[in-house]
Each structure stands twice: as C-alpha cells, then as structure tokens.
Design a protein. Structure first.
Length: 370
C-alpha cells in the first residue's frame, strides 16, 4: 500500500502561549481563593498578634525634641524680604558688614568651613544693598545654644525617638495618647518644661490634670496606663466623680467625650487603647520552629514572619507584639507579594526580637479596665 504525503502545515500567526486573556481571567478568579487559603493556613499553628504601625511625620512635635522651640523662635525673628523700588537689579545683593564680624581667628576659619560654632550672643546681620538699607534679617544664637545631638536623641517613651506624636497606631484598636498638648484642665500641678519630655509635677496632693477622651461608640475592652516616660506607673486615672476609672463609666460616654483625671506625683502621659472588636491578625512565627526556649529565641538574629492579605501595609519599624508569650519583634525588612492590579497575596517579613532594655517592648502594656 502506497504511503501518501500528508497535508502541508499551516504557518503559525500566533505564539504557542497565545492564551493570556484566558490566563488573566483564571488568575483573577483564583486570587480570592488563594487569599482564603493563606488565611486558613495561618489559622493553623499560628498566633494572634497586635500590629503597631509606625507613623511617618504625622501629628505634632514631641516635647522631647529640644531644638523645636529654638527653630520656631528663629523663624519668627526673620523678617520678610522687601525689594527696594529704586533698585534696578532684580537679584538682591548680600553684603556682610564692614566691621569684620568674623575676625581673623580660628573662629573665622571654622565658619568658612561650614562648622557651626557661633558663640552665645554672637549676631550675624545680613543687609541688601549698602549700609543705609534696612536689615533684612538677624539670626541670633540663644544663650544655651543648639542641641548638637538634635531631636530624637532622648530615650523618649512617648514618641520612641520618632519626634512626632502619636508615633504608632494599632491595628484594630483606637490608641489615644494624652500629653501636655491636650490638657483640658489643670489644678495644683505644674508642667516642668526643662525635662525632656515635659512632665506633670504635683504641687500638692489634691492637684490633678484633666483630659478629654474620645470614646468610640462600640468597643470590647479598654487598657489604660499612666506613664512617667519609660516607666508604667501603678496608678489608674479617675473619672469625673473622683472614682477609679472603669469600663462602665466609659460605656456611659460611648460615642462622646469622657473626662478623666490623673492624680499622681509626677507623670508624662497617659495611654488608652480601645479594642474595637476586630478579628486579631494571625501570623506564623518562623523562629519558633528552631528553638523551644524563648530566652534563646531573643538571641536569634532574624525571625521570618508571615502575615495574611488582610493587612493593608507593613513598613520597616513596625512592631509585632505577642503579649501572651512575652515576644515583641520589630520589622526590619518586608516582602509584599501582590498581583499586577495591586491585589495582595501575603506578606513575608524579616524581624528581630526587641531586647528587654528597649522602650518599644512596653508599648502594649496597660491595665485592663473592668
């Protein structure tokens, strides 16, 4: 039997993987199922955590930032630059005074090398045009001089060296920070502005400081802590009637403002955390697979942590707290797994364990009100 030649092969007009439309539809359909798969997997052999998100340049400046008042006072002293109508040159001239204010000493050489060593009371005047023109501005160094270490050098238990308040916000909780910036009423208590951060100091034992707290309409429980910088004091605030603050009093003011009083010898701020009843974040701690002793877990360098897609964002510097186990970790690096349309799949974090001497280890401490 003769073998006949088959038909000619048609030339291909498309690539072999010409299925991108179907593949994209399939991927879009599977993202939600994959998110559920990750969430369900994390609920097995996982822990519930509190995630404290770091704020970036939000809020007012903390009182531990020493040079903020100096900079503000200097800005107030600098007057506006008013152009002279008779001048033909649009660009103003900057001419130093002819009295050789820098001199010929070592101080002059350091100024020319951009080293700020202006002595106390030394005045630098800058004028436009000749000597008859008005002085544009005067920069005068204060007697105590600048803090060379600048802001953030103080080991502050309010802003945790971020120089901004509030420094952190907690996922699923309303975190309220009461400092010298939000005082409603003060009787028999003085504010010591020479300390960093500023402190409340009682002048007599009946003195108090009153704050107004925005109470959420619905919450499960609330934790309160009165602190003196890095120390959590063993005292509780009082309600408006003078009794110890209770959850019942706060529920009576749900959706409104509640007035609380603080009576103690010295303190810096009050921290209140309202749990809003949101489901806790589940996480898988990779370091738990390598050691059974939590004391040795602190000595590990990097601990991988996996979070689910319900977390919108994680930044370097965020804090992961597991109070039940006494484990507190700080995020060092993050890997976000997303699709092209920004749909989150999961988070893979690299963290380190906070040491016992670090202030961030006490960020979640407080007394649960009943």
């Amino acid at each position: 039997m003769a073998i006949k030649r088959g038909l000619r092969n048609n030339a291909r007009k498309h690539a072999r993987n010409f299925t991108h439309e179907q593949a994209q539809k399939r991927l879009t359909e599977t993202v939600a199922a994959f998110n559920n798969q990750v969430s369900n997997s994390l609920k097995v052999d996982a822990v519930k955590i509190d995630l404290y998100r770091i704020e970036r340049m939000v809020g007012h400046i903390c009182t531990c930032y020493k040079s903020n008042t100096t900079v503000r006072d200097m800005d107030d002293e600098i007057g506006p630059v008013v152009p002279n109508k008779s001048r033909t040159n649009e660009s103003p001239d900057v001419v130093f005074q002819s009295d050789d204010i820098f001199g010929n000493t070592q101080f002059s050489e350091m100024i020319m090398n951009d080293v700020d060593v202006t002595p106390a009371g030394k005045t630098i005047s800058i004028s436009g045009g000749g000597h008859d023109d008005a002085v544009i501005g005067v920069l005068e160094q204060e007697d105590e001089g600048f803090d060379t270490a600048d802001g953030g050098s103080v080991n502050c238990g309010i802003c945790y060296r971020t120089t901004r308040v509030p420094a952190f916000r907690c996922f699923g909780k309303q975190r309220t920070l009461l400092t010298t910036h939000v005082v409603e009423d003060i009787q028999g208590v003085t504010i010591n502005s020479t300390e960093a951060p500023h402190t409340f100091e009682a002048a007599h034992r009946d003195g108090y400081v009153a704050f107004l707290v925005n109470v959420p309409r619905y919450f499960d429980y609330v934790k309160v802590s009165v602190r003196n910088n890095l120390t959590v004091l063993k005292v509780l605030p009082l309600d408006q009637r003078g009794n110890k603050l209770s959850a019942k009093y706060l529920r009576e003011h749900a959706g409104k403002q509640a007035k609380i009083l603080v009576k103690t010898d010295v303190f810096t701020h009050v921290v209140m955390e309202f749990d809003l009843g949101v489901e806790k974040i589940h996480a898988n701690i990779g370091g738990e697979n390598t050691t059974l002793d939590y004391d040795r877990l602190v000595t590990l360098s990097d601990i991988p942590v996996v979070l689910g897609p319900e977390v919108s964002n994680v930044d370097n510097g965020d804090v992961i707290c597991i109070p039940e186990r006494g484990l507190y970790m700080k995020v060092r690096d993050r890997e976000r797994k997303i699709t092209s349309d920004q749909r989150r799949l999961e988070w893979v974090l690299s963290t380190r364990v906070l040491q016992p001497t670090e202030p961030l280890k006490d960020i979640s401490k407080g007394y649960k009100l009943v």
